[in-house]
Design a protein around this ligand. Structure first.
Ligand SMILES: Nc1ncnc2c1ncn2[C@@H]1O[C@H](COP(=O)(O)OP(=O)(O)OP(=O)(O)O)[C@@H](O)[C@H]1O
Length: 238
């Protein structure tokens, strides 16, 4: 069974269709790359999937259950979690406490939350920074903290919004390895990323959005050889 079904989703902001009749499904355990030029509607689709915005039309089914109108905290409890493009950790709290906030979605016990948080800091290789204030971390570590925080909610589906944005090549490579580790844990992932080489390496399939519409869907190889995709990125004169 598909873990996620997106059926004819549209999202309008006044006269602007940020998403227009978008449909695709995701099988359990896969990595789906979500790409498209700036303003294509990628983050809006994440917002519709995770309940941050109700879709104007269409529906989102997670594990067969209709998600429309569910509040983000409920969505998180059902097993879906997302990162934000602009990472804003709770700056005056420690790295460990930030991750515990995620874990408290699963447990009321502070002791259990601390254990979950420590495990996830180990997964993202940030354990040595557990006692540091989150606000003082450099960008590469903030991104890893964001991933640890969402992993602590014990998601079945993880939506990553440009976790490599602003990172240097070595930091990006660490994130790529982390995403592949998370896949090995059996967690399904949808990944928005502008770094084409990275997205081609990690994705099982890719959906391309352009001006709110789904322009193409296929394996990485099919996508790089798709003329409509090349035109959307480079302009048809190329
Ligand atoms: N809350 C909002 N109100 C009005 N317009 C919005 C809102 N959110 C997004 N938009 C518009 O919807 C369109 C799609 O934006 P979105 O952020 O989803 O694109 P994106 O593909 O994620 O872009 P980027 O790659 O630059 O992050 C844009 O034209 C944007 O200005």
């Amino acid at each position: 069974m598909a873990i996620l079904e997106i059926k004819h989703v549209s999202k309008f902001f006044g006269g602007l269709a940020a998403n227009s009749d978008v449909s695709f499904t995701m099988a359990e355990g896969m990595i789906m790359g979500l790409i498209g030029p700036n303003g294509a509607g990628k983050t809006t689709l994440f917002n519709c999937i995770t309940g941050y915005y109700p879709p104007s039309r269409g529906e989102v089914l997670f594990k067969g259950r209709k998600m429309n109108g569910l509040q983000p905290d409920k969505v998180c409890k059902l097993g879906m979690a997302r990162t934000w493009q602009k990472v804003r950790p709770l700056a005056k709290m420690t790295v460990l406490d930030n991750v515990m906030v995620g874990a408290l979605c699963r447990t009321n016990s502070l002791k259990a939350a601390r254990e979950i948080a420590q495990e996830q800091l180990q997964v993202v290789r940030l354990k040595q920074k557990a006692g540091f204030l989150a606000g003082g971390l450099p960008i590469g570590e903030r991104k890893k903290l964001e991933v640890a925080r969402v992993l602590a909610t014990k998601p079945e589906l993880l939506l990553l919004d440009e976790v490599m944005g602003g990172l240097n090549p070595a930091e990006s490579e660490e994130i790529i390895q982390l995403i592949l580790d998370i896949k090995r844990q059996g967690i399904t992932q949808m990944v928005i990323e502008h770094d084409m080489k990275a997205i081609m390496r990690i994705s099982d399939r890719i959906v391309v959005l352009n001006s709110g519409e789904k322009l193409a869907e296929g394996s990485p190889e099919e996508i790089v050889n798709n003329q409509a995709v090349v035109d959307a990125y480079l302009g048809s004169e190329h």
